[in-house]
Design a protein around this ligand. Structure first.
Ligand SMILES: Cc1ncnc2c1ncn2[C@@H]1O[C@H](/C=C/CNC(=O)c2cc(-c3ccc(F)cc3)cc(O)c2O)[C@@H](O)[C@H]1O
Ligand SMILES: [Mg+2]
Length: 221
């Protein structure tokens, strides 16, 4: 039977990366996607911006929306302090199965909890199911029209605290216009755009970093 692109990405990891070495897993995927087959990983250029935000936030709890093959999961988890936890949501079982093996190859299973299912179903269960109070960092990289509803849902479920950081991929390409419009005009967020390029291409794209400010007082009037 024909292999899928995620299966070919996993094969490239198993052939070219060293078990237990997250950076070699990241390099192997980037090499494959730059030279063999493009895939929608955040990639090496935007990945450096992701790394710098993760290092700056130094999060104890991270939520990733949209695991795909686990590329950004590995990048983030490799930078987490001991005892920190990354929960990543993926509703495609085939992608989830590949991602589990990529995460395991990197030796990061202990820091990552991959949950199979839709973000809209699982966000409301985070506290009761995983004992999460709030998330220090959220990486949004799933369906672009789910960014806004899921952000509102996280607020409603009390999963964001003053200082929580949202980092959204692809705000230019493919784009997340409703999310950008909301987050940049909301008094509850302080946003910053990091200009970059679509993974493995010269097309413009970027990441939007937004800090949740908590319920600002004009909402009590
Ligand atoms: C509500 C819900 N719950 C759980 N998992 C969910 C979920 N919604 C989606 N997922 C999962 O997340 C990933 C989906 C990622 C969507 N990403 C993109 O579409 C994307 C596209 C491009 C792109 C750019 C230019 C082009 F010409 C073509 C493609 C680049 C990117 O970086 C992308 O992220 C995928 O693994 C999907 O199963
Ligand atoms: Mg993306």
């Amino acid at each position: 039977t024909q292999s899928t692109r995620p299966q070919r990405i996993l094969t490239a990891v198993q052939k070219n990366a060293t078990r237990g070495d997250p950076r070699s897993v990241v390099k192997a995927i980037d090499h494959f996607c730059r030279n063999k087959e493009w895939a929608m990983n955040v990639g090496d250029e935007k990945g450096c911006i992701l790394d710098s935000v993760v290092s700056e936030v130094n999060p104890a709890t991270v939520l990733e929306l949209g695991t795909y093959c686990g590329y950004s999961t590995v990048r983030i988890a490799s930078l987490l302090p001991p005892n920190a936890k990354l929960i990543t949501l993926e509703f495609n079982p085939d992608f989830a199965a590949i991602a589990r093996q990529v995460i395991a190859w990197a030796g990061l299973e202990d820091k990552v909890q991959l949950v199979e299912g839709a973000s809209g179903d699982w966000i409301p269960k985070m506290k009761e199911q995983f004992g999460v109070k709030t998330f220090d960092l959220v990486f949004l990289d799933h369906w672009k029209n789910s960014y806004l509803p899921d952000t509102k849902l996280m607020e409603e479920c009390g999963l964001l605290r003053k200082g929580s950081v949202l980092l959204a991929d692809n705000v230019i390409c493919p784009g997340a216009p409703e999310y950008l419009e909301f987050i940049r005009s909301s008094p509850r967020y302080k946003s910053q755009y990091f200009k970059s390029h679509l993974e493995y291409t010269k097309v413009e794209d970027g990441l939007e970093k937004s800090v949740f400010l908590g319920l600002v007082n004009e909402e009590w009037t």
